[in-house]
Design a protein around this ligand. Structure first.
Ligand code: ARG
Ligand code: ZN
Length: 897
């Protein structure tokens, strides 16, 4: 196929490492010299020959150079005609350049009309306009609009859009675009048309078009000022009964944003279209969100409790973008975290309000620790506001999104909830309708609160995870406790030395009875850290704070609620960790104490393996586990999280180099020991929490299911027939996907003899439910046994697999590389070879998804020299692939640097 991302530049040498890839820099920003007053687009939809007629009303900006050429972006477009003020241009009046078009000597005001031909049917990149499963769909963020028509495809060019769509009526009864439908009708030849107008100015990345034959769920919402908004969800035929949860989630999100932030919806209709082939989760196009089916469809028999929460969260996320993203958008793509960090923060708060704040906080931090810390420590490390990119799609990262959300959360910690809201009010007052920068956001926060955020700005400019080391010193005579802090941050690519961050560290002091004592900070020297309430403000490399009136044997609880995205080091004794695990009033730190306890045992077991002794660990870890399991005051979901041993990727980020075999063995050993020693306890809790009646979805039922899953997981490690029977029975009798999928996973990941038969039966039962089959693919791919590598090879030819569908690729290949460490990191290197071969088949089809997969090699430097060598070799294989997409090139070449 013609590959949009092939930037082979004829003038440059054709060695792979310098294939003319262009690096874009934040510092190069220049305003666009023209205003696009309005846009009229007319689509005549046809699979291989869609015609797009574009009319732009253009005016040169007053301060722009009057010689400035008009530069438009365009990729994979066949230009059929071009005219200015209705006069056709001849070849000398414009130039087709690589990925665009230049018109010289344009007047000050004019209309430009272009006609292009595109081919949605062969567009497998799922970017721009594409046809899949018989429906047309668009994805324009970040730079997909240039695959639809010639246009200044950058977020700071904002305009009002009017869109006419015409297509065959029987196949495409619904013709949708942004805003309001102002006209529609029949045309001859079995075709029909619709005209849409969006009254809000928007950048091109928020444009959307959908055409197809859908089932439609409608409802309505009355806003806080009494306006009636029509809500519509469009899905594949036959899926209507799986849309109700999405609809309820949308209404909750609309209400929540009004109540919490005073933000109201602004159009008459809010549409959501669910599509099966989509590169990401969902997209916030103005008035016409497009969603991956995974984040819309949910019914108890096909979706897990986690899926239900994810649907609600993503529906919320896209809805919240209407203010944080659409009404106020980004000046350029380096500012992406301006809308994404803020909107992730908002969706996290929304979910927390709908579910449980403590549990939600733990879930969010798990993502930071396992994924974001890894990114920050690897070759792709970048600040939440990156300084450069080769392919923007590679910067939709956990750093920009999730670390970005942590940075927003810190404003709330520093300024208080009210101060934070005041800051947002100023931000909207100043910038509604504009395309702005992260700096504008900081300034709004500063001005609204009279708070100096100068040093805080370093969170935007410096990459890497700060490390905070704390030690304590108790003066029994003075009854004073001093905490001494140091902070540092390792070098990241292009940033050797870092300046200290402003880090808010939330602390508590716990007495021997397990109660928090009152904090009475005293300032001894000028360099002491400032304390406000329970927040210690770290601002320099070394600082301390002293507390008065502290009884003996108090234990500090530091970084409560994960008040900053840092790694904390404090030398707790095993006893202290166990005490915190049983007593900390901060549920995040209570969970954290358990995680640290388990990690400590695991790394200790790794050392024992190096030395070659028999493996053992302290019995107090077992009793601590039992005590938590038996604590009736705790919610089941919290227990389930607290009793889950840290995953391999989280553990990997706690060490600089590791013997992966030892790590996995240690982790399995710990789990199996806890299973054996507490067998009756796991069984008892399994049985008392197992609910056999009708399916319920209230918080308590969800909690019980979660805890049962955890208990069953421990029991299954015993490899006993009694455990297998329990799991089989749960699978057979399950009246919901939560119970069914965890049982299936535990069976498939065990050594149960008949496991393949069980897997096959499950497949047969669910083969018509694509989303369930995707779970099945993941479960197959994450089986830790040695046969998995052959099995996932043949699954590539399985009827359920489809290389062109990103959900399938993520379920099979992505799950294997990210959630099956034992097999991906096979000593024989077959896991690595498998991945490289899949990238080879995929990069020309879907560059974005291929680049994501390539990232699995990012942490290669952590491993033993044989594995390092094998991973490096595959990265080199990837880089030698002909006409490699720049997406994959960027990831692979940075990994080797
Ligand atoms: N703005 C969308 C969201 O956060 C995601 C767009 C992702 N785009 C991309 N090219 N990866 O909801
Ligand atoms: Zn987003």
């Amino acid at each position: 196929m013609s590959d949009s991302s092939n930037h082979q530049d004829s003038a440059s040498s054709n060695t792979k490492s310098q294939q003319g890839v262009q690096v874009h820099y934040r510092s190069d920003y220049k305003p666009y010299p023209y205003d696009i007053k309005d846009v009229y687009l007319a689509f005549d939809l046809a699979p291989n020959a869609t015609i797009v007629d574009t009319t732009l009303t253009i005016q040169r900006k007053a301060d722009a150079d009057n010689q400035a050429p008009l530069c438009l972006d365009g990729v994979d477009l066949e230009l059929l005609s071009i005219a200015i003020d209705d006069k056709e241009l001849d070849q000398s009046e414009y130039r087709l350049i690589e990925d665009g078009l230049e018109v010289l000597n344009v007047p000050e005001r004019f209309t430009l009309t272009t006609k292009v031909k595109i081919s949605p049917d062969t567009n497998t990149s799922l970017e721009g306009l594409y046809l899949s499963s018989g429906k047309y769909c668009t994805q324009c963020e970040a730079q997909g609009f240039r695959k639809i028509t010639f246009y200044p495809d950058r977020p700071d060019v904002m305009s009002t859009f009017k869109v006419r769509i015409e297509a065959v009526a029987d196949k495409f009864p619904h013709l949708l675009s942004n805003g309001n439908r102002i006209e529609h009708g029949e045309i001859e030849g079995g075709k029909h048309y619709a005209v849409w107008e969006d009254p809000f100015k928007k950048p091109s990345y928020l444009f959307a078009l959908c055409a197809g034959d859908y089932d439609l769920l409608t409802s309505s919402f009355t806003t806080m000022t009494g306006r009636e908004v029509r809500l519509e969800i469009y899905v594949d035929k036959g899926k209507l009964d799986q849309c109700h949860h999405a609809m309820e989630s949308l209404k909750k999100a609309m209400k929540w944003d009004e109540e919490v932030f005073g933000l109201e919806y602004d159009l008459d209709t809010y549409m959501i279209v669910a599509v099966g082939d989509f590169n990401m989760g969902a997209m916030e196009n103005k008035g016409l969100n497009i969603f991956n089916t995974k984040y819309v469809l949910a019914s108890p028999d096909t979706a897990t409790d986690t899926d239900f929460i994810d649907v609600e969260a993503v529906i919320g996320h896209e809805y919240f973008h209407n203010w944080t993203g659409n009404r106020v958008t980004c000046r350029d793509w380096f500012q992406l975290s301006l809308k994404e960090g803020l909107t992730v923060f908002r969706d996290q708060e929304f979910t927390a309000d709908q579910t449980d704040h403590g549990v939600k906080r733990i879930e969010d931090v798990k993502v930071i620790r396992s994924h974001q810390f890894a990114e920050d420590a690897g070759p792709m490390a970048h600040p939440i506001r990156p300084d450069s990119y080769i392919e923007m799609n590679n910067f939709y990262t956990v750093t920009v999104y999730n670390k970005g959300a942590e940075v927003i959360r810190m404003y709330q910690t520093l300024l208080g909830r009210d101060g934070f809201k005041r800051g947002l009010d100023v931000y909207f007052e100043r910038h509604d309708g504009q395309a702005v920068t992260c700096e504008d956001f900081v300034r709004a926060m500063e001005d609204a609160n009279g708070y100096d955020l100068q040093q805080f700005r370093r969170w935007y400019s410096q990459a890497g995870t700060p490390e905070v080391t704390v030690s304590s010193n108790y003066d029994a005579d003075k009854r004073q406790l001093t905490l001494s802090f140091t902070q540092s941050c390792r070098p990241t690519p292009g940033q050797e030395d870092k300046e200290p961050f402003h880090i808010p560290v939330k602390v508590g002091l716990i007495d021997t009875l397990g109660k928090d004592i009152e904090l009475k900070p005293v300032s001894l020297t000028d360099s002491d850290a400032r304390v406000e309430g329970d927040i210690v403000h770290l601002k320099s490399a070394q600082q301390s704070v002293t507390f008065d009136d502290v009884p003996r044997n108090v234990i500090p609880s530091i970084l409560r609620g994960f008040s900053a995205p840092v790694k904390l080091h404090y030398d707790y004794s095993l006893k202290e960790l166990i005490f915190l695990f049983a007593n900390d009033s901060d549920s995040f730190n209570r969970w954290q104490a358990g995680q640290e306890l388990f990690s400590r045992v695991i790394f200790d077991l790794c050392e024992q393996q190096e030395k070659g002794g028999t493996l053992r660990f302290d019995d107090s870890v077992v009793s601590a586990t039992k005590n938590l399991l038996d604590d009736n005051s705790l919610d089941g979901q919290f227990k389930s999280l607290a009793l889950t041993i840290p995953g391999v990727s989280t553990l990997l980020e706690q060490t600089n180099s590791i013997n992966i075999d030892h790590l996995i063995t240690a982790r399995d050993f710990l789990k199996k020991q806890l299973a054996e020693k507490l067998e009756l306890d796991w069984l008892l809790h399994y049985q008392t929490n197992r609910h056999l009646g009708d399916y319920e979805q209230d918080k308590e039922s969800v909690s019980k299911r979660a805890l049962c899953g955890t208990c069953l997981g421990y029991l299954m490690t015993l490899e006993k027939d009694s455990a297998y029977q329990l799991a089989l029975k749960q699978l057979e009798t399950a009246n919901n996907m939560t119970d069914a999928s965890i049982a299936l996973q535990l069976i498939v990941h065990s050594n149960y003899e008949q496991k393949l038969k069980v897997a096959e039966d499950f497949y047969q039962k669910w083969q018509s439910e694509e989303l369930v089959i995707n779970k099945w693919l993941s479960i197959m791919a994450t089986d830790p046994s040695d046969e998995t590598i052959d099995r996932i090879e043949s699954l590539l030819d399985h009827p359920s697999f489809e290389l062109k569908n990103p959900n399938k690729v993520r379920s099979l290949i992505g799950a294997f590389t990210s959630a099956n460490p034992r097999q991906f990191h096979r000593a024989d290197g077959r896991g690595y070879e498998y991945l490289a071969r899949q990238i080879k088949s995929l990069y020309a089809i879907n560059p974005q998804v291929s680049a994501r997969l390539t990232g699995a090699f990012n942490r290669w430097r952590k491993f033993d020299s044989e594995r390092q060598q094998k991973m490096r070799q595959q990265l080199e294989v990837i880089l030698s692939m002909p006409e490699l997409s720049k997406d994959v090139f960027e990831i692979a070449s940075k990994a080797l640097k």
